[in-house]
Every structure is written in C-alpha cells, then in structure tokens.
Ligand binder design. Sequence first.
Ligand code: SF4
Length: 287
Amino acid sequence: MKKCVLYKKEKNNLKCIACSHQCLISKGKTGICGVRGNIDGQLYLLVYGRIAAKHIDPVEKKPLYHFLPNTYTYSIGTVGCNFRCGFCQNYDIAQFKEFHKNIFGEKITSKQIVEETLKNNCKSIAYTYNEPTIFIEFVHDTAKLAKNQGLKNIMVTNGYMTKECLEYIAPYIDAMNIDLKSFNDEFYKKICRARLQPVLDTIKRAHEKGIHIEITTLIIPGENDSEKELEKIAKFIASIDKNIPWHISRFFPMYKMKDKPVTSIAKLKQAEKIGKKYLKYVYVGNV
Ligand code: SF4
C-alpha cells in the first residue's frame, strides 16, 4: 500500500483523477475499482506492490504485432477494474469483490519485477490482465526503473484514463494496446458502466505523444457487430493514423455473457474487409 499521486482534496472527500470516473471517495471507502481507498483523508493505492497475476508471454499475445516482434514480455496485473464488462476474460481478478472478501496478491517490489524481467530475457514489462490505470502509481514507479535498465513498457488498457494520468505515465510508456470496445456510448454505459468519449480522447492523445498504439475490438454478436458500427470504428482509427494496427477479436461466451453465441467466421471476415477499406493493418484474433 502506498499513497496515491493522482488525486485532489475536494471539501470533505477525495477526488481520484486516475481514470475518467473521477470518483469522489469519502473516509473509509474505495472508488469504483475497489483498490484506491480514502484512509484518514489521504488516498492510498491498496494494491501497490501486490500482483495477482504474472506470466511471461509473447508480446504478440497482448496483442502487439508491430512492437518488438518475436520477444517475450513480463506481464503483471493486480486485482480490480474500473469497468464492469460482462464479457471479461479475467473476471476472477478484475471483479474480485464478487468472489473475494479482501484484496489479494503476491507482494513484490518494482525492483524485483525489473530483475525478474531481465533474468527471464524479456525485453519489456506489460501492465495487463486487469486495468493498469487503477494501479498507475505502481506502473509509474516500475516503468521508470525498467526504462533505466533499457527495458520497454507496455500498457494493455481500456483507455479510460484521464489526461492527467496520461501526462504522468507517458514519459515511461513505449506501447499501448487500447481496447475500443464499441463506437456506441450506450454500449459503454450498459455493458462496461463507462463512457465512450474518454477512450477516444486517450487514443488520440497517446498517439500525439508518440506512444506506439494498436487497437483491439472484441466483436460480440448482436452488441457491436453491425456493419455501420464497424465502419465507424475503422474510420475513427484511420482519422488518427491509417498505420495503426486494428485487432478484431473473436468473442467466446464468458462470465455474464454465456448466453451469447461465438462470433461467426463470416462476421470476422466482414469486419476485416471493412477495416481494410480504411486501414493498412487489420488482424483477426482468437480463432
Ligand atoms: S481509478 Fe477510477 S474507478 Fe478507481 S478510484 Fe480512481 S476514478 Fe474511481
């Protein structure tokens, strides 16, 4: 546990400014993510130095296809999330409050993570599995140390970070895979309990900062797979840079969306065709 950097005092509450929810947190409470808590008038990151998942993955698994290809990335995540997606693949850690009473995770320091990364011949560290924005101070401290050792840093993110959060982390982040889950604000509200615009803003801002970006969209039958919506996503990405790779990912029934069918190959091919009208690099994943 460590004091957060990204928050402000507001009357009797604390306003967290890590993600676009900007939760107002009263004494003894945590924000929506469940890992940033007001303890006696100071905001603390309760998962600082406590990781709930770690793996050594090919960087292509993040997915990043145009960044350090054929290398491994030391991947870590904590518990908690600022979204509530019914299709979450890591719901056991992301939505930990549904399944566990308390925060959990192996204690580890930034220094140990960097040492492990070097020892295992990984070229980068990926902050992934759950949303790294919610544990941004731990990302920051680890990424800074890693950069000093010649390593690269990757965030796999839903893009819901504030401008302040991006300013804070950008000097140490080399690449991001950002989910653009839909181009419909209603989808974000209903399924993720969030909004679309902050995600679009992050994509634009991260690109402006020169961070390498790749975008992922999970195609969920009946939710975000209309021709019109896929076209809007592809056009938006192209309006920033047509060289940004777009990963179209196949949905499998999961967590609270077990009643939905698997995305058909025909639909994935249609999405790929639409993407290629506007973008140079379109990849179909999860097949
Ligand atoms: S990271 Fe987001 S969800 Fe968590 S406390 Fe801060 S504003 Fe709320």
